[in-house]
Design a protein around this ligand. Structure first.
Ligand code: G3I
Length: 331
């Protein structure tokens, strides 16, 4: 039987995307990607440590290959990410005496980086995760105490959006975060976007990463956040979807049982019912990988296996895949 491509199954709802690493641009992984996905996100190739490891010395080898692969195959590209507290080289924040730089120096470095990276892919990358994971709901003001924040307060966020907009006025600009189902976190994120909009900062959307597991969170919490954000006049994209089979750190399985595979499939289907219901708010749904073997949850050193995605280690469709496609297929 022929397998319905995911992108075809969801064509009337939203583009379906996947993150990928450059080793997936060849062979069977490439075929799977071209068949099923309308949109891709380079998982690491566009991050600061990859593109500008030392000041002013850019390395676009991996990112050029990744973006060209997508363009050649007619896939949209999400750019990930411009401002983050991880995978950002230390030189960005420090001077030659190992002191934190002034915010003026930080902004000059940020602008030079964004000009180069966003400018290079102008017209090829339709959306950028401009600011990634800036919310920390345990802080009274909700702002993560990153080096960005320590140097510049929360102003660096609007600078990043302004620089990105100047570098590519047509790109859709996102603020992206995880655990957006947590009500306090969602509220801080909502209110930050509201303040940015009120100031005229060019922000187009909220990215909801959606790294979840087979039991947590309640899907109603995910829905509540989608609804909460819908009064902001911005679009929403599900940017990094996956579903670990683990509900506690003490668990460790050597294979995916039928019971767990079925539970995962049922939950993925229910989650997509929510996404479909809010298709007018949601402009993309991207998985954080195609097959389980390439999941970040297997990043070395792999301490335990996990099976969070739609395709198995051999690139075969899992129950999770069928639950999504069958839910749309007229028998
Ligand atoms: O490139 C080095 C390589 O030179 C070295 O030999 C090797 C040794 O471990 O590490 C390689 O770097 C790894 C890098 O991925 C590229 O493969 C890092 O160790 C590893 O930590 C890094 O993991 C990435 C992670 O972000 C880092 O924060 C994952 O691939 C990537 O999928 C993951 O993606 C993040 C999103 O950007 C933001 N949201 C959460 C999501 C999952 O953590």
């Amino acid at each position: 039987a022929s397998i319905t491509p995911l992108k075809t199954a969801f064509a009337s709802y939203f583009p379906i995307g996947t993150a990928f690493t450059n080793d997936e641009m060849y062979g069977e992984n490439a075929n799977l990607m071209k068949k099923h996905f309308a949109s891709v996100t380079p998982g690491n190739a566009l991050k600061w440590d990859a593109t500008e490891p030392t000041e002013g010395s850019f390395n676009f080898t991996s990112s050029d290959e990744a973006v060209q692969f997508a363009v050649d195959n007619g896939m949209k590209v999400r750019g990930h990410t411009l401002v983050w507290h991880n995978q950002t080289p230390n030189w960005v924040f420090y001077d030659s005496n190992s002191q934190l730089v002034t915010k003026e120096v930080l902004y000059a470095r940020l602008k030079a980086h964004i000009d180069a990276v966003v400018g290079r892919y102008k017209g090829k990358i339709y959306a950028w995760d401009v600011a990634n994971e800036v919310i920390d709901e345990s802080q009274s003001d909700g702002m993560r105490r990153s080096l960005w924040y320590q140097i510049a307060g929360d102003e660096y966020i609007e600078k990043a959006f302004e620089y990105a907009h100047a570098a590519d006025p047509d790109a859709k600009l996102f603020i992206n975060d995880y655990n957006t189902h947590i009500p306090a976190k969602a509220q801080f994120l909502h209110d930050l976007v509201q303040r940015l909009k009120a100031k005229g900062v060019p922000i187009d959307g909220i990215g909801e990463q959606t790294h979840i597991n087979i039991d947590y969170p309640a899907l109603s919490q995910i829905e509540d956040s989608i609804v909460k954000f819908s009064d902001l006049g911005v679009t929403q994209e599900i940017t990094e979807l996956d579903m670990s089979i683990y509900t506690s750190s003490s668990q460790s399985y050597t294979s995916l049982s039928t019971t767990l595979a079925t539970q995962q499939a049922t939950r993925y289907a229910a989650l997509f019912e929510i996404f479909k219901k809010y298709k007018d708010q949601i402009s993309n749904v991207t998985f954080w990988g195609q097959d389980d073997a390439h999941s970040w949850l297997r990043t070395s050193p792999v301490t335990r296996l996990d099976w969070p995605l739609l395709f198995d280690d051999n690139l075969q469709s899992k129950s999770a895949y069928w639950s999504l496609v069958n839910a749309l297929t007229v028998p």
